[in-house]
Design a protein around this ligand. Structure first.
Ligand code: CA2
Length: 147
């Protein structure tokens, strides 16, 4: 039988994790985060689709794919959080649980606008400020919820 599928989706500029602003985002790369998520998903018997994009239409395409029966979505929308209304609409069309993850604590950032994620209105829950571990906890939550 096919394994249930979890999606981990990453928005703009997150391919630079580990290289830029380590004082805010740490030194873990997105490839490291993928490895950590994959280990968690594998151990729980889930298939993982891990993606990053700088293009809104590509993000929407993956959310549409996830709509066709995925067990859950982890999304770090990055700056799509603040202007990505089409992504918000796509998330609202999903029946599966969705966890929004931010590496930094968006409520503690110098720029107040970072706290106002549009996506939070469409997700099951939010993890912010726990660093890369937030992704792993989100995958674990979705895997346990499905069991
Ligand atoms: O804390 C997060 O995970 C963020 O979603 C990261 C986004 C930012 O716009 C959110 O406010 C919080 C992306 C930050 C810009 O991209 C960078 C990527 C790697 C290193 C530095 C910046």
């Amino acid at each position: 039988m096919a394994k249930p599928v979890l999606f981990v989706l990453n928005g703009p500029n997150l391919e630079f994790l580990g290289e830029r602003e380590p004082e805010v985002y740490g030194t873990t790369t997105l490839a490291d985060i993928e490895t950590m998520c994959r280990a968690e998903a594998d151990a729980a018997g889930f298939d993982l689709r891990f993606h990053q994009t700088n293009a809104e239409h590509e993000m929407i395409g993956w959310i549409h794919e996830a709509r066709k029966g995925a067990a859950g979505i982890v999304i770090n929308p990055a700056a799509f959080s603040y202007a990505g209304y089409p992504i918000l609409d796509a998330l609202k069309m999903c029946d599966c649980p969705i966890v929004e993850v931010h590496i930094s604590n968006i409520h503690r950032r110098e720029e107040a606008w970072r706290a106002n994620s549009l996506m939070s209105a469409a997700v099951t829950g939010l993890i912010t400020g726990l660093g890369p571990q937030g992704y792993v906890l989100a995958v674990r939550y979705l895997a346990e919820r499905k069991r």
